[in-house]
Design a protein around this ligand. Structure first.
Ligand SMILES: Cc1cc2nc3c(=O)[nH]c(=O)nc-3n(C[C@H](O)[C@H](O)[C@H](O)COP(=O)(O)OP(=O)(O)OC[C@H]3O[C@@H](n4cnc5c(N)ncnc54)[C@H](O)[C@@H]3O)c2cc1C
Length: 439
């Protein structure tokens, strides 16, 4: 084992492993420290009674940044795109979701001229230049582009579906529309779950010489006299590194930086709020209503989708794996048991008698989907924060000014590595000139 690593990465999730693979390609020694007993973070997949559950509904954008980064790293992505369709529920009434042409014309949700307006709205979003929307909230953008209450509510549904962000008034129009735009090119449900992505990244990292240690909780970060970092674990072990990439949440990172006088402080850490949701992951021997594969609430911020027709998630292909999800408000205080009842009742409406076919299920209330609610003004704060710490880089789904979710986790990880490589080259050149000047 090396005494000191070039780079120590805190966190063995998607961002940590993407960073490790790029670093290893550049011949830097790398250590990943993961606090859990297993790897993957929120991209892990659990096997329960032979059924595979991602942590809630997970879909990879087909034309997004994450997929191109993963492919660049040689990761095989196998899975299919769900068909666009299903139902939207408004005031207890089900309507065909106007997400494909035939449903658009048959759906009773949109009246007369609204159908054409919705069609041109979709074209508008596909061609929108999001850079012009930096200072606008999504709600303001929606108010500006339509007067129709139904089209407004459809735009809020699209935003929830593509980003998990709810409510629209505080979210950045730029970030939301970037994601809505890319989701219009389709998404993939992944065979055997997102763990397959993590496992491939892990195997490639290990083959390239990356060290991985699980069950290590980093509690403190200090800078030594050589300006290198020392990470200290809850067990008191010390892990020295020239550079650090943190993939933890903002509050964990803030706690690690603690009161060390050599490290700057920033209030932004405490002002960041996460995007949260409640998920009910369910495996059934069969669907009571086999045609009902997708539904979203218009009045209530609820989601339902059966993923197993498009991805292998059970040894028995007749079994159905589905997710029911509630998008939570940042200050939502609903009790766990009430959230569970709400999700179960929503499922009961769509799949009456589902409990008779249940193999297993899992309910997770108040899970962090994304570590930062993307708000207007975040760009500036993030740039300032990232430039404050020399040698410390932040990668994760909260660290990108442009994206959230896996798009942010992967792009911020790649960017952190690019910045380290530049710094490393500068430092090698500086040492070279210092030596030359001594000759
Ligand atoms: C319900 C749900 C649905 C989602 N759906 C989608 C989707 O459809 N599409 C999409 O693109 N994204 C989706 N996401 C988001 C996606 O899963 C995350 O953005 C991504 O997995 C984040 O990866 P990460 O590495 O940045 O963070 P994490 O996965 O959180 O990894 C960080 C790691 O750091 C470790 N860690 C934290 N503190 C310490 C410490 N002190 N010491 C050591 N280790 C530490 C953690 O244990 C964790 O493993 C969803 C997430 C959830 C929860």
């Amino acid at each position: 084992m090396t005494n000191k690593w070039d780079v120590v990465i805190i966190g063995g999730g998607l961002a940590g492993y993407v960073a490790a693979n790029y670093l290893a390609k550049n011949d830097l020694s790398v250590l990943i420290l993961e606090k859990a007993g297993s790897i993957g973070g929120r991209a892990r997949t659990n096997k329960m009674k032979q059924q595979l559950f991602n942590i809630g509904p997970h879909a990879l954008y087909k034309k997004g940044k994450a997929i191109s980064i993963l492919e660049e790293l040689g990761i095989n992505i196998s899975g299919k795109s769900p068909k666009l369709g299903g139902v939207l529920i408004k005031d207890e009434v089900e309507y065909a979701a106007p997400l494909n042409l035939s449903a658009l014309f048959s759906s009773q949700l949109l009246k007369g001229k609204e159908k054409m307006e919705w069609l041109s709205m979709i074209m508008k979003i596909k061609n929108i230049n999001v850079e012009k929307l930096t200072d606008q909230s999504y709600k303001d953008w929606v108010e500006q582009v339509t007067k129709s209450p139904t089209i407004k509510s459809l735009l809020f549904v699209l935003a929830r579906l593509s980003t998990y962000c709810h409510p629209p008034d505080i979210t950045s129009a730029k970030v939301i529309l970037s994601h809505v735009k890319v989701s219009m090119d389709g998404v993939l449900y992944i065979d055997y779950g997102w763990q397959t992505i993590i496992d491939q990244l892990h195997n490639k990292a290990i083959i390239s010489g990356v060290d991985v240690q699980t069950n290590v909780v980093v509690t403190k970060m200090i800078k030594d006299e050589d300006d290198d970092y020392k990470l200290i674990s809850s067990q008191g072990d010390i892990f020295p590194g020239k550079y650090v990439i943190s993939t933890t949440g903002p509050s964990e990172l803030n706690a690690m930086l603690g009161n060390d006088k050599s490290l700057p402080k920033d209030n932004f850490f405490e002002e960041i709020i996460p995007v949260k949701g409640a998920t009910l992951d369910v495996a059934l021997t069969q669907l009571p209503n086999p045609k009902q594969l997708f539904a979203m609430g218009i009045t209530d911020p609820l989601y339902y989708a059966v993923h197993s027709p498009y991805a292998i998630l059970s040894e028995n292909r007749n079994h159905s794996i589905l997710h029911v999800f509630k998008y939570l408000l940042p200050d939502e205080k609903t009790e766990d048991k009430d959230l569970k009842t709400e999700l179960e009742l929503f499922l009961e409406k769509l799949q009456p008698g589902w409990k008779n076919f249940a193999i297993t299920s899992r309910f997770i209330p108040h899970i962090v989907v994304n570590q930062r609610f993307p708000q207007t003004g975040d760009n500036q704060r993030l740039y300032q924060l990232k430039n404050k710490f020399s040698g410390l880089y932040i990668a994760s789904d909260w660290a990108s000014p442009h994206f959230i979710l896996s798009e942010a986790a992967t792009t911020s990880a790649k960017q952190a590595v690019e910045e380290i490589i530049i710094k490393e080259e500068e430092s090698i050149n500086a040492n070279h000139y210092r030596r030359l000047s001594r000759i």
